[in-house]
Ligand binder design. Structure first.
Ligand code: UDP
Ligand code: MG
Length: 338
């Protein structure tokens, strides 16, 4: 395809870091190698997401000798998606690559992504054809998750993609305007449209360290993804409730009939108790479902910032954008480099 766009005048990498002391030196040297071959200057925005190991001091050392290393240090662990958001806010490049610190996403893929970028695509997501070194549990749950998401939640969600992707400045600006608290960046970027395309790669095992996504965090993440994009769970509880009511009505007809035919209704006590439980349970499930959404409404309406920044290196500390509106001046400043 013909190229319609020039290389970005600055390419940013957004790298969330949570207790990654083992991989950081490795990652840095890999990134340097790539930077030498890239057709444009780069900056690496490392977001230290409240690491409790030596990640911060390693990053500080790197930042002292290389000004391309920018570090944003959050006040505590805000989670992967919030850290990514912080990185996107601080990135100054005309194009931004979002990448994990653990080298599971091969940074070399950036060359392919840039090619697509020059062809005019605004979102180039990496699509994994194979995953190495991950447990069968993770593989199966991930597969199932994408099936469900695609079928019921968001038909445009590309399967088998992570957050590893290249975004044009227009898309990064669009993200800056979407400040919802429960974030699912992949879903959000599917939602926003623009010209999107995938490039495929084989997911590598972690270079060092271990996964920071516990099973609990993973389910929380999947739950967020589903609830923030659909009210299907609410509807499911309604259908379930309706089902139970119909069952209850049929059962009462059966009980009355039995009374007239066999005159032994006292024995029906057990079934009454069962019905009580089923109906009571359904009501609780439905209430819980509604509660989930109300809880979300509450969290959204507080308009808390998505993260807090403690200190930065090689980049000036900005005020954290409020959740409600991005001030006009900030928006205008975007895309221009310091
Ligand atoms: N991460 C983060 N905050 C967290 C959890 C993870 O910034 O609370 C970072 C982590 O350092 C890594 C990326 O997010 O760079 C992906 O995490 P991980 O590799 O543990 O997830 P997995 O690849 O196992 O899904
Ligand atoms: Mg990983």
């Amino acid at each position: 395809m013909q190229e319609v766009r020039a290389n970005p005048d600055l390419l940013s990498f957004v790298i969330p870091v949570y207790n990654e002391q083992e991989v950081l030196p490795l990652l840095y040297s890999r990134l340097c190698e790539i930077a030498d071959k890239l057709p444009c200057p780069v900056e690496w925005v490392f977001v230290n997401d409240g690491s409790s190991d030596r990640s911060w001091s390693i990053l500080a050392e790197l930042a002292a000798k290389d000004t391309r290393v920018k570090v944003v240090d959050l006040t505590r662990n805000f989670g992967h998606q919030a850290a990514l958001t912080a990185g996107l806010d601080y990135a100054r490049g005309e194009a931004v690559v979002v990448i994990d610190a653990d080298l599971q996403d091969p940074p070399e893929l950036v060359f392919d992504m840039l090619e697509r970028y020059r062809e005019g695509y605004d979102i180039v997501y990496a699509q994994r054809v194979k995953r190495h070194g991950e447990s069968w549990f993770k593989l199966i749950t991930a597969e199932l998750f994408y099936k469900i998401m695609k079928r019921y939640i968001h038909k445009d969600l590309p399967v088998n993609t992570g957050d590893f992707r290249l975004l044009s400045r227009a898309v990064v600006n669009a993200f800056a305007e979407m400040r919802e608290y429960h974030r699912f960046l992949r879903g959000m970027s599917a939602w926003m449209g623009y010209k999107q395309i995938g490039v495929s790669f084989e997911r590598q095992p972690r270079a060092a360290g271990h996964t920071k996504y516990t099973v609990r965090k993973m389910f929380r993440f999947a739950w967020d993804a589903i609830l923030s994009f659909s009210t299907l769970p609410l509807r499911v509880s309604i259908y379930f409730g309706l089902g139970v009511i119909v069952f209850g009505m049929l059962y009462s007809i059966y009980a009355v009939a039995r009374y007239f035919i066999y005159h032994d209704l006292v024995q029906g006590w057990a079934s009454l108790v069962v019905l009580q439980c089923v109906i009571g349970g359904t009501i609780l499930v439905c209430l819980g479902m509604i509660g989930e959404y109300i809880g979300r409404i509450y969290e959204e309406i507080k308009y808390r910032p998505l993260y807090m920044v403690y200190r930065t290196l090689n980049t000036s500390l900005m005020s954290v954008p409020p959740r409600s509106v991005i001030p006009e001046t900030r928006r205008r400043n975007r895309g221009t480099r310091d």
